[in-house]
Structure formats: C-alpha cells, structure tokens
Ligand binder design. Structure first.
Ligand code: NAD
Length: 260
C-alpha cells in the first residue's frame, strides 16, 4: 500500500464533502495512520465526519492562528508517535467583505486575515511539525491551492491569498529541504464544499470548467485530488518539492474550450 506505516496529520476536515475528508479516506485505504485536526465551532462536525472514515481517527483542536494550539499539537503528536511523516494543510478563510466582487472596497484588515489564515498558516503548520518530521528522517507537506494565475469573479482577496500560498510553498521548500522535508501544493479544480459554497457566484467556476477542461471535471468528486495528495505524501515523489501540481482536469493548460 502507498502509505503503509505513514503517520499523517490531516487538517481541514469539516464535513464528508471536505477535500480533506476524502484525502483522509484515501490515506487510510492506503495504510496510513491519521490524526485529524478540527477548528472552533466546526469541531463537532469534524468529530462526526471522523466517525464516517473507514477507521475513525482522533480529532485534535487546532486554530491554525493560535500558537498555544500549535504547541499542544506538537506535544500531543510527540507523545503519541514520536515522529510525523507528513501533513495536509486544507485551511482557508476570508472575511465576507474580502470576497464577492468588492475588491476595491475591502479593508486591509480583511485582506490580511485572508492572507494569515490561508497562506501564512502553511508556515505555522510546517514549523509546528518540523521537529517531528526531522525525528522521522524527513517528511512531506501538501497544501491546497486554487488557480490564481487569472482574476476570477468574486474570488478577490482569496485569489491573492492563494498566490501567496504558492510563494509560501516555494520558500518552505527552500528552507526545509535540508531536513528532507518536501513541500508542495495541489491546485484543485472547483469542488462543491462548505468553503466553496461560501464564495458568491461559485457556480460560474463550474460552468467555465465544464467548457474548458479537456477531462470531464466533476465538482462532486474530490477523489482525484485526494489521490494526488496521497502520492505527494508517499515515497513516490521523492524529488518533488516547491511544486504546484494541477488536479483540475487539464483546465490550466487550455486557453478556451470549444464553446467558450
Ligand atoms: N472547494 C474547492 O473548489 C477548492 C478548490 C481548490 C482549493 N481548495 C482549497 O481546499 C482547502 C479545503 O477547503 P474545502 O473546499 O475542502 O472546504 P471546507 O470548508 O471543507 O474546508 C475548509 C477548512 O478550513 C478550516 N479552517 C478555517 N479557518 C481555520 C483556522 N483558523 N484554523 C484551522 N482551520 C481553519 C475549516 O475548519 C474547514 O475545515 C482550502 O484551502 C480551499 O481553499 C478548495
């Protein structure tokens, strides 16, 4: 099995539609041992979703912006496993006024909140897990990106935060390579999750994808994304770091579909 013996931390499971839930499912099917993290009022939902996984894992509370939570996570994983082989960062948040087409009116604090929770936080997770991945002799980190090479309707400051996340991926790859820690991102096509539904006009994304992606893209099927996450967390991508791997049905490579 691809992830036999791997000890992985999966953030960002809210419902069983969450990309992270599918990543957790595939990882368990491939032999990994997991810990999930949950956030704030969503903890209850995360615990419920954990019960629907093949082997219900434990859920640890983690507000990615809370240094005490991060320290407690490190301590918990140290006493539980003594080392960690990899993690998924599946965390994003932007205040309402940073989304929805009011790009010119968004206050700096809202744009900064989107940046800190959605991009800077990859660094926070990496630093918290670094000693445990060093103890394991190396590791693999994966984050979830959405296309930010172009401006989208409504995506606004989240698009800017995702561009920052790509840059954070490269700098983490630079600084953690010496510890044999690989740092990558998966750029996923649109998937129907709680986060996606909170973006006004998200259905526009689906329409564009349906016309342009050469492979038929299904917004209700996160499995292809979960499979790529599993590959990057495995030993089968040993010399890949600082990379953004597209799992988007090929959308990024095509300028216009036949009916665009
Ligand atoms: N759904 C899509 O179309 C799509 C496409 C590409 C990338 N992504 C990215 O995938 C990732 C997961 O999102 P999803 O679509 O599965 O939605 P989701 O709503 O299921 O997951 C978002 C998660 O972020 C967590 N979160 C928010 N603030 C947090 C904080 N302060 N600390 C810890 N956790 C926090 C939430 O608890 C939730 O679990 C996000 O980074 C998102 O931008 C989503």
């Amino acid at each position: 099995m691809l992830l036999e013996g791997k000890r992985l931390v999966i953030t960002g499971v809210l419902t069983d539609d969450s990309i992270a839930w599918h990543a957790a499912r595939v990882a368990q099917e491939e032999g990994a041992a997991l810990v999930l993290t949950g956030f704030g009022r969503g903890m209850r939902l995360t615990r419920r979703s954990a019960q629907r996984l093949p082997d219900p894992p434990e859920v640890i509370e983690l507000d990615i912006n809370d240094p005490e939570h991060l320290a407690a996570l490190t301590a918990d994983l140290d006493s539980r496993w003594g080392g960690v082989d990899g993690a998924l960062h599946a965390i994003a948040y932007a205040p309402e006024d940073a989304l929805g087409g009011r790009f010119l009116e968004t206050p700096a604090e809202s744009a900064a909140t989107a940046f800190v929770t959605s991009a800077f936080s990859y660094k926070s997770l990496a630093v918290a897990l670094r000693p445990l991945m060093r103890a394991a002799g190396g590791g693999s980190l994966v984050a979830l990106d959405f296309d930010n090479t172009q401006a989208w309707p409504a995506y606004d400051w989240m698009g800017v935060a995702k561009a920052a996340l790509q840059a954070v991926t490269r700098y983490l790859a630079r600084d953690l390579g010496g510890d044999r820690i690989r740092v990558n991102a998966v750029s996923a096509g649109p998937l129907s999750t709680v986060a996606a539904k909170s973006i006004p006009g998200f259905t526009r994304f689906d329409e564009v994808w349906a016309k342009r992606a050469p492979l038929a893209w299904d917004t209700s099927d996160p499995t292809p994304v979960a499979q790529m996450i599993a590959v990057l967390l495995s030993d089968w991508a040993p010399m890949t770091t600082g990379e953004v791997v597209h799992v988007d049905g090929g959308f990024h490579a095509i300028a216009a579909g036949a009916e665009d």
